[in-house]
Write a protein that binds this ligand. Sequence first.
Ligand SMILES: *Cc1c(COP(=O)(O)O)cnc(C)c1O
Length: 369
Amino acid sequence: MSVAEPILLTPGPLTTSARTRQAMLVDWGSWDERFNQLTASLCRQLLAIVNGAESHHCVPLQGSGTFAVEAAIGTLVPRDGKVLVLINGAYGKRLAKICEVLGREFCTFETAEDEPTTAADVERLLQADPRISHVALIHCETSTGILNPLADIAQVVARHHKRLIIDAMSSFGALPIDARDIPFEALIAASGKCLEGVPGMGFVLADKHSLTQAAGNAHSLAMDLHDQHDYMARTGQWRFTPPTHVVAALHAALLQYHEQGGLPARHARYADNCQTLLQGMGELGLRSFLPEAIQAPIIVTFHAPQDPRYQFKDFYERVKSKGYILYPGKLTQVDTFRVGCIGHVDRHGMQAAVSAIGEVLREMEILDL
Ligand SMILES: *Cc1c(COP(=O)(O)O)cnc(C)c1O
């Protein structure tokens, strides 16, 4: 890849393979039977990744990931429901904001950005407030890269007969989630993250029974997943214009996902990327924000160099000119930047990115090596 086409070390949009981009060179008609088959195949594959074909429906939705999160809350939480939102970063806060805007009653439990929510926290909160009907959790909080203990929390939620909504946007396809062991009402992800498609559609894996019961809950026509599913089940087509090229790209990306060995292989590559990154950056003297035990192999937050010559914008532009796109930090208290481990990139790409970062730090006279 040339400097003109830099590698995106960002958690979506991310670098996709040439084959995935190639799949977008066809214009599909939304009535085309072959396109409908593409959608149906996509949904089957997405459910299979979590072994959810028996228990869940896959409902794709046009838009970015947040659209699908909003649609899931609006459709699946009844208007007299109450959501406990577990927060340790920006995406958790966004979930609470969605509840607020939609007028769904909610309460929040917030821990520090380097502190996972625990099952014991959830146990205590559910005991204290029997009116809570749903618990919403961010699996990997992309604002830092922290991993929350999904399996343990899911068990507590199920034991209390409450319903779990998982934002698995940045973990789906790379970190194992099995619907047969982890009870959930809804799991939300999108095309342009660990599946390495292009951005433009989200999807919700929704419990079949809950989705059937959700008629009339939604506040919005376009965001009504019950209606979206109902229409697709009856006609095989998307309700309203589908993001045809995004669907075709995701279908191609999934073919490659399976050819490469599916989830175990995707997880192994990202874990290797993450290790390579942590080691290389450590050698440059750059410290990661999270301890390794709670670091998901998705995105790493680094402390900015403590040097008056460091400015993220300048640093970013210089690294970009060497072919790599970094991501700004999202923490309010500490100056950080982030590097994604996901996308069509392997350890050699990560090593090259670390070399570029090292060169830039020397150019900026921040590193004296
Ligand atoms: C990417 C992401 C989203 C969705 O963000 P969009 O900008 O709407 O695509 C939601 N939650 C998490 C954890 C994410 O990483």
